[in-house]
Design a protein around this ligand. Sequence first.
Ligand code: FMN
Length: 198
Amino acid sequence: MDQLPNRILVFAGSARSGSFNKRLARLAAGRVEAAGGQATFIDLRDYPIPLYDGDLEREQGIPAPARHLKDVLAEHSGLIVVSPEYNGFITPLLKNTLDWLSRPDGDQDGLALFRNRVGCVLSASPGGLGGMRSLALARQLLTNLGVTVLPDQLAVPGAAKAFTDDGELADSGARERLDQICHRLVETLDRLNPPAGR
Ligand SMILES: Cc1cc2nc3c(=O)[nH]c(=O)nc-3n(C[C@H](O)[C@H](O)[C@H](O)COP(=O)(O)O)c2cc1C
């Protein structure tokens, strides 16, 4: 039986309905599929996780949406995190989500979910730097959790005008870069965990 293609979970650190970073995440998911991988785009709006609070965790355990997200992540060997930038940092939503995911659940070590995963980081911002400063921090956080983060990254500046009406990136250089990054991620995962027959 053929092995399933390596699966890559794709999400943005914004819940906003018109989020530029969600647009970029959807594009990245499409690029992964075009490169022969299998992508799952999720919207963090569908996982309303409360702000981390040690008392809440002690009294009620891991909140159901966070537990659900843990199950989703467990089925993926790759990760694309698209990080908006707030005051030069990653968003509270992204940090809070990753913090809850890193918590142990019963016998399960929280960090086991991230170990041996390979990922990459992308960002988009209406500003001139495209959220570049948040990329370094998203990379550092994922690395701290145990994810091997590829060096390739993309920051999309001027996001209000960076997408065409059909949701594609307007700039050909950015389109090529996104192709290249997603291709490299699929290729890296295939090398680490080759599909049957290779
Ligand atoms: C509290 C706050 C701080 C922000 N700080 C930055 C910033 O440091 N750099 C930047 O490029 N954009 C900044 N922005 C603008 C965001 O990049 C912009 O709101 C963007 O659309 C958020 O991502 P989203 O479209 O995916 O929701 C900030 C926005 C908010 C709400």
